[in-house]
Design a protein around this ligand. Structure first.
Ligand code: ATP
Ligand code: MN
Ligand code: MN
Length: 306
């Protein structure tokens, strides 16, 4: 896991050796993004994105004909998968199904070749399947929620994360909401991590019932934001930083600095088409301190003092 800045990413173009077939196949018709265009985008963000997608189980949204064709969300290896994509086995599962992982840029380009338009990693690595090294609080606005209120919710998650010793980093989802992600030292197992995220979500809903809900069954409630903590269970996934979305406009899930989080930047503001301009304007990776900020999750209920 390397630390990089946006500048490093420009100075050291990574190598690319996976040949794409049908490189001019159109993946996002309205945005005019082809398979080759997607590969070029990933080449550019690779140094920043790699720590979030390398050496982890991956779930994938594949749309071999682009977003106008059929898409399928898959957690397992497929027939005809490029050899640059690894097959890995869940230590807790026996069976014929293999999970998918990548270790390098060629792996990512193998995914592009396979029509993968969204990459959804686990929050734990292959070195410690049971112990997540990050959490993701997914903020899902219901109907009639203003973007300002989604921003407020993200700021509140950040504060509440701070209360339990976590440092929150924000990204657009590329869809409708925001994600607040925090790095963990991989020391705590999934059930305890999920319980801590549930406690944060429920506390927000209890303190501001007019604004927040923490249960999916109430999620469609008009005017409320679902604090979706369920991305933090074993086997659950969330879209990776810098991943594209299989939605119109070729939006990406873009890491932001907290100062950038203003009403001017909506959830699908950043796209494959404007990412290059964004990255070249940045003086540093907005998440450059991500790994340095990793923390051990404090127990939900501080039962005893040391
Ligand atoms: P938005 O901002 O629009 O909510 P999002 O990425 O947060 O974008 P959600 O619907 O909130 O989308 O989250 C869905 C999550 O559930 C995805 O991140 C994905 O990892 C996971 N998931 C599980 N099963 C599926 C599926 N069949 N299709 C899509 N996502 C799935
Ligand atoms: Mn969401
Ligand atoms: Mn959600």
């Amino acid at each position: 896991v390397q630390e990089t800045t946006a500048k490093d990413a420009k100075d050291t173009p990574p190598k690319r050796s996976v040949a794409l077939t049908h490189a001019d196949r159109i993946y996002w018709p309205e945005a005019g993004v082809t398979k080759a265009g997607l590969a070029d985008y990933y080449l550019e963000v690779w140094p920043l994105m790699a720590p979030f997608i390398v050496h982890r189980p991956l779930a994938l949204l594949r749309c071999p004909e682009g977003i106008s064709g059929s898409c399928f969300f898959q957690k397992h290896a497929w027939r005809g998968m490029r050899k640059e994509i690894r097959q890995v086995d869940d230590p807790k599962e026996s069976g014929d199904e293999h999970y998918v992982a990548i270790e390098d840029l060629d792996g990512l380009l193998g995914l592009v070749q396979g029509g993968v338009l969204e990459i959804h990693p686990w929050g734990s690595t292959l070195d410690a399947w049971e112990k997540p090294d990050m959490v993701n609080m997914d903020l899902d606005p219901g109907p009639d929620v203003s973007w300002e209120r989604v921003i407020e919710a993200a700021c509140e998650v950040r504060e509440r994360f701070g209360d339990i010793g976590l440092t929150g980093f924000v990204k657009t989802s590329g869809g409708k909401g925001l994600h607040v992600v925090a790095p963990l030292k991989p020391k705590t197992e999934w059930p305890e991590v999920k319980a801590a995220m549930k406690a944060v979500a429920e506390a927000m809903a209890a303190d501001s019932p007019e604004s927040y809900v923490a249960t999916v069954s109430k999620a469609k409630r008009k005017g409320k934001i679902l604090i979706d903590y369920l991305r933090n269970g074993r086997g659950a996934t969330a879209v990776a930083p810098y991943s594209t979305r299989a939605r119109e406009g070729a939006a990406v899930s873009m890491p932001l600095a907290w100062e950038e989080l203003t009403p001017a930047i909506g959830p699908a503001h950043f796209t494959v088409n404007n990412a290059t301009a964004r990255l070249s304007q940045l003086s540093a990776d907005p998440w450059k301190d991500f790994r340095a900020a990793e923390a051990v999750l404090k127990p939900v209920k501080p039962a005893r003092r040391r």
